[in-house]
Ligand binder design. Structure first.
Ligand code: XLS
Ligand code: MG
Length: 346
């Protein structure tokens, strides 16, 4: 019987957000990076995930020497805290040059900026001793479909990934699909699209994916199915567990908050695929509710991990033999109830 996985956990500085939303200002005072790292350490998490400008603030205005010195200083801080840098993601949705897309902008100068920024993101990752870049393709899409040539955009995306793969022969790239937001429609909405894109690149074995629960739900899919599909290719290299209550803006709710059964099936999928056995992390890409008080600021992260671990117990104590008998008898009503009873506890 293979040894049970001991999971390692991660979150990013942006997961200790201050409560601003499109309709209102922050509700909690801005905290320093050091405070956020201290919370992560206190919570007993193992790794932190970064955007490039979380690691090197104002990165576009920093020289290569400054980038190196700041990334190295961060690495020392992480080492002193015993914390690993899990991934680095280029933030390609803030700068005016990414207003109409980064890699898929209609403006070649903007596409060039996006690729150059991505190569510097790889340099940051190297200084942090991290070999995994995440591409959340935030603005690779359109507000109206006639504004871009979607066929050309696929080529632009492949070109951008190929430039990154050529820049560093060890780097791996995990594409994080999302069907919309901030765009009306994005070009890489699901794991299927991400893995298909990977096959077009110059080194497909170095291009994998990251699944975020809420993004799969926004695509009208079951995140557990996306996990199984990605794992069948051996390409689920990172994971953003959270939750989402229906098709609306990306809520980044605590894991299990909206649908415990969907969360349970994600954990079962991770267990049966041995996710984590090759060092992969479970990250919670979750935000506190805007109403959260300062004294409860980390609760959404602690709750997400606690729910995850309780569901691991549920997955490992699931009455499999009884379930198989009901499946053999095609008695799915009884199977449905068995799952619910198991989750509710007798
Ligand atoms: C946004 C994405 C983002 C990426 C990292 O919806 O989930 O959090 O994971 O930039
Ligand atoms: Mg995410």
């Amino acid at each position: 019987m293979p040894k049970d996985t001991t999971y390692k956990f991660c979150f990013g500085p942006w997961n200790l957000s201050e409560g601003q939303d499109p309709y209102g200002p922050p509700t909690r005072p801005v905290q320093s990076f050091d405070w956020k790292l201290e919370q992560l350490k206190k919570l007993g998490f193992d790794a932190m995930m970064f955007h490039d400008d979380d690691a090197v603030p104002d990165i576009d205005n920093k020289s290569d020497a400054q980038l190196k010195s700041e990334a190295r200083a961060l690495k020392k801080k992480l080492d002193d805290a015993g914390i690993v840098a899990e991934i680095v993601a280029p933030r390609l949705w803030f700068d005016p040059r990414t207003i109409d897309g980064a890699y898929t902008s209609n403006d070649p100068k903007c596409r060039k900026y996006a690729i150059e920024r991505s190569l510097r993101c790889i340099d940051v990752a190297n200084y942090l001793d991290c070999d995994l870049i995440v591409l959340w393709l935030a603005r690779e899409g359109s507000y109206i479909r006639e504004s871009k040539n979607a066929r050309k955009c696929v080529d632009y995306l492949v070109e951008a990934v190929d430039k990154m793969l050529a820049h560093d022969k060890k780097i791996r790239i995990a594409i994080e699909p999302k069907p919309n937001e901030p765009m009306d429609l994005a070009y890489i909405p699901t794991i299927g699209h991400a893995l298909a894109l990977a096959t077009q690149t110059s080194d497909p074995k170095r291009v994998g994916c990251l699944i975020e629960s809420a993004h799969a739900i926004l695509a009208g899919l079951d995140p557990a199915d996306e996990i199984d599909f990605a794992c069948s290719f051996g390409k689920l290299w990172s994971l953003h567990l959270n939750d989402q209550n229906g098709l609306k803006f990306d809520q980044d709710k605590p894991f299990g908050s909206a649908n415990l059964r969907v969360a349970f099936n994600q954990v079962r999928a991770l267990e049966r695929n041995g996710y984590g056995k090759k060092g992969e992390y479970v990250a919670f890409d979750v935000h506190p509710f805007r109403t959260t008080k300062v004294e409860h600021w980390t609760a959404h992260l602690e709750n997400s991990r606690r729910t995850f671990l309780r569901l691991v117990e549920k997955a490992r104590t699931y009455p499999e033999a009884e379930a198989q008998k009901l499946i053999a008898d095609r008695n799915y009503a009884a199977l449905d109830q068995l799952v619910l009873e198991h989750l509710m506890g007798k």
